[in-house]
Unconditional design. Structure first.
Length: 155
């Protein structure tokens, strides 16, 4: 019942050892998009950019839906995440996965350190920027947690 939390935590942990499990979760429609995001969090292989995505499954019913009598009106947490093609992701991971060391933590394909985290905060997508800002604050308790709701150009 806590599988979504485990999938999220796996991406946050950033250990490439868990990628094969994430790919298995991509085969389950209920968890596919979140597992795809966690996969990208670890290794920076973007699904859409690398054509590792699919259309939504035929039996997928979005939340909220068009049924006026349906009481579920909350937005789907995974709404804007791409649907991974688990077979293509597995093939790509087989070719590129050896570049990351199992047991080492990564965020977006880079070791977690202050310099890489600062780069991610400045250049990544919003959810990725937020994760990088949190990691950066954890590395240095005197570091102020940066607002990641809007992308700021550091010009």
């Amino acid at each position: 019942q806590h599988i979504r939390s485990v999938i999220k935590a796996t991406g946050i942990l950033g250990d490439p050892h868990a990628v094969d499990w994430l790919i298995l979760k991509m085969r389950e429609h209920k968890y596919a998009r979140l597992a795809g995001e966690s996969f990208t969090f670890i290794n920076c292989i973007e699904l859409e950019k690398n054509q590792l995505n699919n259309d939504a499954p035929e039996n997928y019913e979005p939340i909220p839906n068009e049924n006026a009598s349906d009481e579920i009106v909350a937005m789907d947490d995974d709404e804007n995440l791409p649907w991974p093609n688990a077979t293509a992701v597995a093939s790509t991971w087989k070719q590129t996965g050896g570049q990351l060391t199992k047991g080492q933590r990564y965020l977006l394909g880079k070791e977690i350190n202050a310099s890489n985290l600062t780069t991610h905060v400045q250049n990544a997508y919003q959810r990725q920027r937020h994760a990088a800002a949190m990691e950066r604050a954890l590395l240095n308790v005197t570091q102020v947690l940066q607002n990641t709701r809007a992308k700021v150009n550091q010009g």
